[in-house]
Unconditional design. Structure first.
Length: 154
């Protein structure tokens, strides 16, 4: 039974590592997008500077507002993802600590320990689902903003 519980905890820690790698990939993708956007904006700025309907300084003012919103949202997403990963790491540590504590106190039966472990796991799972929902919402908002910017840039 000890082996099964440790395998569950190890599996959970591997999942955290996997999610961390996905987040790092997302950061790289966002950086690539930022560079592409920078090139497109410079081309658009140059093209608009040659037309009469929009002055260069108007374009710069509008784009600075958009960039500011984008940076704020990006910082919010990075912070939320960091908190998400840290929360999962803490949960895994708590599971391991609780298991080790229970294992040292051999006074409880295996069933009682398993029930407490199951309750803790369910609580952690609920927290995880809540955080996943929060991160998903922020990422969806961020993605929608990126789509709007992309459409407006073209």
């Amino acid at each position: 039974m000890r082996k099964i519980i440790l395998e569950i905890i190890d599996s959970y820690e591997k999942r955290i590592k996997s999610v961390s790698e996905i987040i790092e990939g997302t950061h790289d993708l966002m950086e690539n997008f930022r560079e592409q956007r920078k090139v497109m904006l410079e081309e658009l700025r140059s093209n608009l500077a040659h037309s009469e309907f929009l002055r260069k300084k108007d374009f710069d003012r509008i784009m600075s507002m958009i960039r500011l919103q984008h940076k704020e949202r990006e910082a919010e997403v990075k912070s939320m993802l960091g908190n998400f990963i840290e929360g999962h790491k803490r949960m895994a540590e708590e599971l391991r600590a609780q298991f080790n504590s229970d294992n040292q106190k051999r006074q409880n039966t295996d069933q009682e320990r398993l029930n407490r472990f199951h309750l803790s796991f369910e609580q952690i799972k609920k927290e995880q689902e809540k955080k996943e929902t929060e991160v998903r919402k922020i990422l969806e908002r961020f993605q929608n903003e990126q789509k709007k910017i992309y459409r407006n840039d073209r």
